[in-house]
Design a protein around this ligand. Structure first.
Ligand SMILES: Nc1ncnc2c1ncn2[C@@H]1O[C@H](COP(=O)(O)OP(=O)(O)OP(=O)(O)O)[C@@H](O)[C@H]1O
Ligand SMILES: [Mg+2]
Length: 570
């Protein structure tokens, strides 16, 4: 049953169980106090009728009301605090899980969709646990308590109420069922809406350059309309249910009042008792409507829970088994018959090579041949399907992913930049206390980013904008190279690391890079012929297959395919 699973996900420690118990106990007090209220009123009215009002009973009524309000206030605060704790832990736990998921998980979802689920779905679940469930529990107690008490007051009137109440429920419940799927659709549309707007704003220049504003408006209006329609449907159902419920309740009340008045005339019922009955009838209405709205809320939370568990379980099933093998790279790399597939399609096909410590291997091949994928498998971003990759003789699946990545410096083709300053980007993922301003400055010298502005501090504190949109393409690439310099890794992976630079800065930076890579194991991808020297060791891949391997000079002499490829490249 999903309520149990939702509880297991949210109420996951003793403290939260205590909170929930406290909320239910306090609500119980409140419910019992509310149930006692009509009896007090009845006594006062009966005393008034007999002209023998007792001041004690009036004082106790006032004290009673103050106590009831106090309990209400305390309970409300605890409920809200509990709700905030639930949502805080839920968001933190789910985020902590998601961020550790393997890279392919993020290929399956849009980032905006994940963020929206993290914010909205958790909110809906919190509402169910902290608000609706305690309300329903109390509602049920209130109904049972009220029925027992009215039965003690007058069983004939009780029978009238017992006949009316199930009738009202019988009419409302089937109507509430119509709202079963609306919650799930609402959450789905909200997440699509958020992810689409996020994507559009992020790529705003592309949108404008392609004059795609109208197309974007149409796509968004589809989501907005879907959301509007489902909300409207909910409003229609609710607009039907609410007045109907009120109508039925008033009708029921009229029956009670009518029958009660008849009994008073007969002299078989006291006025105080009838008034107590009427108050009880009102008290029965609130829990009845909260139980019916609970059904809608439950379906909503259930939809949110299903999407969240899908996110949680999907990656859990595929989690890689790895030994926590902490490790300092020495960097003899070996690919042994490596095959890697994306959705059943072979992207790398039986790749084998060895790269000794301190040497550089350059990977060349047409676009889409699998070069970047090859580097990705070494970083363990994606699992290989067949074969093995070893570093210093150890299978990389056995090495702890964290310690492996700490030893690798990657300058990737897509040039990632985080929002913030140049300094934020330089220090990203590194231990700040270990890196001096002087070292940072050196890294900027290394990648020739020092020419950006004159003053050193101004340079480091320069804001780069979201995704680095305040920097030029070349500057972004230089920033990534500076980061590589600071990381000082033993294994270097360069994926077209200088592709955005002009020839002048390219040749200068290549000099710095060759100094950096001189004694480090390096895997390099390039489309730049100028970078290749005579004795450069080349691995040529096409359609995921390794076609040949050899020195640049040798291949140029003897290999027709290579000659043709280089000719087109230059
Ligand atoms: N996450 C992914 N999911 C599915 N297919 C992918 C994924 N990443 C890459 N591919 C596919 O794998 C193939 C190899 O891609 P890869 O990025 O390795 O090419 P590449 O050799 O680096 O090309 P380029 O020179 O253009 O950078 C391509 O056909 C690409 O469409
Ligand atoms: Mg690539």
């Amino acid at each position: 049953m999903n309520v149990y699973k939702i509880f297991k996900l949210t109420i996951n420690n003793k403290k939260k169980k205590m909170y929930l118990a406290l909320i239910i106990i306090l609500s119980l007090f409140f419910t019992i106090a509310s149930l006692y209220f009509p009896i007090l009123i009845r006594n006062i009215i009966n005393q008034l009728e007999n002209n023998q009002i007792n001041t004690l009973i009036v004082v106790s009524l006032v004290l009673f009301l103050i106590l009831r309000s106090l309990i209400e206030g305390v309970n409300e605060y605890i409920i809200s605090k509990f709700g905030n704790i639930i949502i805080k832990d839920l968001q933190q736990n789910i985020y902590n899980r998601i961020i550790n998921y393997p890279t392919y998980f993020f290929d399956m979802y849009k980032s905006g969709e994940l963020s929206s689920r993290l914010v909205n779905d958790t909110e809906v679940i919190k509402d169910l646990i902290t608000f609706h469930i305690p309300k329903v529990i109390n509602g049920i107690i209130m109904i049972i308590g009220a029925i027992v008490l009215i039965a003690l007051l007058d069983w004939k009137l009780t029978i009238v109420i017992l006949l009316i109440a199930p009738l009202i429920f019988g009419i409302i419940l089937p109507m509430m069922k119509k709202l079963e799927n609306t919650g799930e659709i609402q959450q789905y549309e909200v997440s699509k809406f958020i992810s689409k707007t996020q994507e559009t704003f992020k790529n705003i220049k592309m949108v404008k350059a392609s004059t795609a504003e109208d197309a974007e408006k149409r796509i968004i209006s589809k989501h907005i309309n879907n959301l509007f329609n489902v909300n409207l449907y909910e409003s229609k159902v609710m607009a039907l249910i609410s007045p109907l419920v009120n109508f039925l309740l008033i009708l029921g009340l009229l029956v009670i009042v009518g029958y009660g008045a008849f009994r008073i005339q007969n002299g078989t019922l006291a006025l105080g008792t009838l008034i107590a009955f009427i108050i009880y009838s009102f008290q029965l209405m609130t829990p009845m409507s909260s139980i019916s709205s609970f059904i809608g809320e439950y379906h909503k939370a259930n939809g949110a829970f299903k999407s969240l568990t899908k996110i949680i379980n999907e990656a859990e099933e595929r989690k890689i088994d790895e030994c926590e093998f902490d490790f300092k790279l020495n960097s003899n790399i070996s690919f042994n018959n490596v095959t890697m597939e994306f959705n059943g399609k072979k992207i790398l096909d039986d790749i084998s090579f060895k790269l000794s410590k301190g040497k550089t291997l350059t990977i060349i091949g047409p676009s889409g041949s699998g070069k970047t994928t090859l580097l990705n498998t070494l970083e363990k971003f994606y699992n290989i399907t067949k074969g093995s990759i070893t570093i210093d003789g150890i299978n990389i699946n056995k090495i702890s992913t964290n310690s492996l990545r700490k030893n690798i410096g990657l300058v990737s083709q897509d040039i990632p930049i985080i929002s913030g300053t140049i300094k934020d980007n330089l220090l990203y993922g590194l231990r700040e206390d270990k890196i001096t301003i002087d070292k940072m400055q050196k890294s900027l010298d290394f990648s020739m980013l020092n020419k950006l502005v004159t003053s050193q501090i101004e340079n480091l504190n320069r804001d780069v904008g979201e995704g680095g949109n305040k920097l030029s393409g070349g500057e972004k690439q230089k920033l990534n190279l500076a980061r590589l310099f600071l990381k000082n890794p033993s294994l270097i992976l360069l994926d077209e690391a200088t592709s955005n630079l002009d020839n002048e800065s390219k040749s200068e930076i290549l000099k710095s890079i060759s100094e950096l890579t001189q004694y480090r194991t390096t895997l390099k991808i390039t489309h730049n012929v100028q970078e290749l020297c005579e004795d450069e060791e080349i691995l040529f891949i096409e359609n995921g297959k390794m076609l040949f391997k050899g020195s640049h000079g040798e291949l140029l002499k003897n290999n027709e395919r290579y000659k043709k490829f280089i000719k087109v490249m230059s």
